[in-house]
Ligand binder design. Structure first.
Ligand code: FCB
Length: 443
């Protein structure tokens, strides 16, 4: 099976890439990295399926040359990777881990040697345990600690990375992890969640300011967006969906681009934000060079009786991925046009993550993941549609290069274009990888 579109259907300078993140692939046990809140969260029974952790993951720490070759051979232009705060600074602050800095240094040089653009993310969820002991994202000083970490890492590799994102997915870092308690540190508390929301945004602002001050360029951030659909046409359902949209999407886009929080968010969270939060909004709202959008699905939202936010997700009718997520490519074209019109104007937009977990089967030395090829094709069509409607979309990164540690769901959810055998750690390109490689080949 092939994709119905190829590189020639996109603008000349459009970039194609793949994404991964450090804890999900590197093997955190190796190379002197400090403990992170994912190591302790996964060591606590009930938090992660089969109590799996990222100690070894894909052993990318040792196998990175092979992984970079796969990216190059897939005809991709760029690689979106992340650095682990705890690998760079095992205690979160203070003395850097020389081996950790050397690792990212070699990795970036390795990309450049293969002609791949290094697209760095500073935080894809490894809060060092030494800082989470103090409250992590709820601590008033966390934004300063983060800005310091940003400078330590950028001082070493900032001269060679192509782009830098501060935070991956503000909503996951704050709401999913401190209100829903599904990700580390597994807190379920409205006050902690409110503080985490504000502090992670402030961390983005301070780090951006500090990096800019040190002369680094092409700075952005990565927002995960979900399309919220009211369950029916009642006023109550419309209000519930608007609240979901506010908490998930508009809180972070509004703060980063306009320096404001939406009404439906303040209605529930204002009493719990840090005192004097209004004074931070100008720091949060930093000029950016590009915007990253991670998009996977939509959610059907129903009102419920109960405390704020008084809503629930209900199952929808569309075909679903292995995550139970509905496949809704229209949401991607919506967000690409909507974000440009409402928030970011002419700034380049990148789809920094998009992909699906599938029920992949390895048979006769091959994985025929035709459902993933169809998913990628439909979402690339949505990108084309957004471009045709004037959205300045400049690139698309598939999630993910290879199967990896899918957080609270462990290794069972496979998102890769490349299959990983988690016993032998052998990599095997799936049909989707070959389809992308063919579509992206240059004449
Ligand atoms: C995103 C995360 C990424 C991966 C995908 C499936 O929310 O950024 O690490 O887990 O979902």
């Amino acid at each position: 099976m092939t994709l119905n579109r190829s590189r020639k259907d996109f603008p000349e300078d459009f970039l194609f890439g793949v994404s991964t993140s450090s804890y999900q692939i590197e093997g955190h046990r190796f190379g002197g990295a400090g403990s992170t809140h994912w190591d302790t969260f996964s060591a606590t029974p009930g938090n992660v399926d089969r109590a799996e952790d990222g100690a070894v993951a894909c052993d990318h720490y040792h196998r990175w040359p092979e992984d970079l070759d796969l990216i190059r051979d897939g005809n991709f232009d760029a690689y979106r990777f992340s650095a682990s705060w705890a690998r760079v600074l095992p205690e979160g602050r203070g003395a850097p881990n020389a081996e950790g800095l050397d690792f990212y240094d070699k990795l970036v040089d390795g990309m450049l040697e293969l002609g791949l653009k290094p697209a760095l993310t500073l935080y894809h969820w490894e809060m060092p345990s030494a800082l989470s002991d103090k409250g992590g994202w709820t601590h008033p000083d966390v934004s300063k600690w983060f800005a310091d970490y940003a400078l330590v890492l950028m001082d070493r590799i900032g001269d060679r990375v192509w782009s830098t994102a501060t935070i991956n997915e503000f909503w996951c870092v704050s709401w999913l992890s401190h209100f829903l308690g599904i990700h580390a540190p597994g807190v379920r508390d409205i006050r902690a969640a409110s503080r985490a929301i504000h502090n992670v945004l402030l961390a983005h602002g301070r780090a951006t300011q500090a990096m800019r001050g040190a002369g680094h360029e092409n700075l952005g951030a990565v927002f995960n967006l979900e399309y919220a659909v009211p369950v029916d046409d009642t006023v109550e359902a419309a209000h519930a969906a608007a609240t979901y949209d506010a908490i998930f999407n508009r809180t972070f886009l509004g703060a980063a681009f306009d320096g404001t929080y939406p009404e439906e968010m303040l209605a529930g969270l204002a009493p719990h934000l840090p005192a004097g939060w209004e004074g931070d909004m100008a720091t949060i709202r930093q000029p950016l060079d590009w915007v990253g959008i991670n998009y996977y699905t939509r959610k059907i939202i129903a009102p419920v009786d109960g405390p704020y936010p008084a809503l629930e997700e209900v199952p929808g009718p569309l075909p679903k991925t292995d995550m139970g997520w509905e496949i809704y490519p229209e949401g991607l074209s919506h967000f690409l046009t909507h974000v440009a019109r409402t928030y970011s104007g002419d700034l380049p937009l990148y789809v920094t993550e998009n992909g699906m977990a599938g029920p992949d089967v390895l048979r006769d030395g091959a994985v025929e993941d035709t459902d993933r090829i169809a998913y990628l094709d439909a979402h690339l069509a949505a990108v084309q549609d957004a471009i045709a409607r004037g959205a300045p979309v400049k690139g698309y990164f598939a999630w993910s290069l290879m199967d990896n540690y899918e957080w609270a769901l462990g290794y069972a959810k496979r998102f890769g274009l490349v299959h990983v055998d988690f016993h032998s750690l052998e990599r095997l390109p799936k049909a989707s990888y070959h389809a992308m490689a063919r579509a992206l080949a240059r004449p």
